[in-house]
Design a protein around this ligand. Sequence first.
Ligand code: XMP
Length: 516
Amino acid sequence: PVLVVDFGAQYAQLIARRVREAKVYSEIVPHTATVDEMLAKDPAAIILSGGPSSVYAPGAPVVDPKLFDAGVPVMGICYGFQAMAQALGGEVAETGLSEFGGTDVDVCATGVLLAGTPEHQVAWMSHGDAVRAAPPGFEVLATSAGAPVAAFEDRERRLFGVQWHPEVKHSEHGQAVLEHFLYGGAGLAPDWTADNVVAEQVEAIRAQIGDARVICALSGGVDSAVAAALVQKAVGDQLTCVHVDHGLMRAGEVEQIERDFVAATGVNLVIRHEKERFLAALAGVTDPEQKRKIIGREFIRVFEDAQRDIVAEAGAHGEEVKFLVQGTLYPDVVESGGGEGAANIKSHHNVGGLPDDLTFSLVEPLRTLFKDEVRAVGSELGVPEEIVSRQPFPGPGLGIRIVGEVTEHNLEILRRADAIAREELTRAGLDGEIWQCPVVLLADVRSVGVQGDGRTYGHPIVLRPVSSEDAMTADWTRLPYDVLSVISTRITNEVREINRVTLDVTSKPPGTIEWE
Ligand code: XMP
């Protein structure tokens, strides 16, 4: 892999993503990893990321100079660039001139790194200190007003660096600079593609699972679907998927899983139709937290029942069910410290009647992938497009999109309105701009309207289109008025119980994305 050494800024993930966009596999390692630990991963190249510190700040992370003698190509970015300069005998100083944001850079020699990029370019900077003199053996490639040395390289030792952030889209030629390092500087080939990822993962899954049996909870979302499809490709009939139909899915979703997903992947699928059970448990409940707890609790019980049946059936054939598939993604792994162990979970407490000592090992084939890469792998595997491109949908489903009681009647109203909104957003080509668009039924609210010369007293529906990177923060999406107008007209015409369509124009914070 290409290792991206994380110096504690938010840029390491972005760098890792850009490297992968260049079709080269990358992994993030913390700066606390020793050089030996890094080399043990047999890196094809190493990138030192930016960081919040000044190299002079007490406790600032340092780079062990040994790193540069290992014969591995290295590129330093921002803080990494300065740390590199300092470690190799260059001069880093406080210039008194900070540069933040888009900055003019003058190229004095293109070298490998800046080949084919213009003499004057805008690059995105964020630094106080600057490299005043390059270390011996380095050629200076660029300067800016605040950075006497803004880029350098030592082609012989294959060491490179830039003061700016090439991973940020505001840097005009950022991706080109990264690719020049990867291809030209480090001699790597762009061969990390979805089909190679599939081939690699299939091999790894086979090695892990052998001929044991494995189960997977299929929610209908992208991650569990793609994880299941990968495991299916690797071990075929050894896999059984379970989908808990809680009756809170949107129109057509269970059918999509039941029919299209099975047709495309050939997985063994067990669907537990448990709508009545969930609706009974939710009867009379309007408090959001209570709804969530009830749905979560029932879900676990149903899944445990399914698990127990599968284990019993496999046991009758003398087989052992040892593995559980999870759709864990790379950002979760990085955020929880990137640890590699901790793969053994105890299956849920004894509720479902499982033996006390039954443990599953986790199979997590998406552990190294970002969301968009998961989608690419899903497409490669032939997972239906409707599932691969699906926007996030909460586990408790429509149960937390009805303000008021979750009843069959309210669910039906909401499903029809939601289907219209989704259809029109897709028709208008807006799916790419929207992170997700919850449609919320205010079952507890009524308002007076007029339709066909008669008074109506119906419910409002809320459209909640949001744009977001990661759902932690979000802004409301400025949908075109004509699209909103079509959605509004259609919903009020086609869903008799709804006589008002409203738009939620609140960002997150202060609002959350979902209403409950
Ligand atoms: P909020 O409403 O907290 O939502 O801004 C952030 C993101 O999380 C989704 N969400 C959930 N996903 N189980 C899930 O799997 C849940 O209980 C749940 N609640 C919210 C929500 O759709 C949004 O993408």
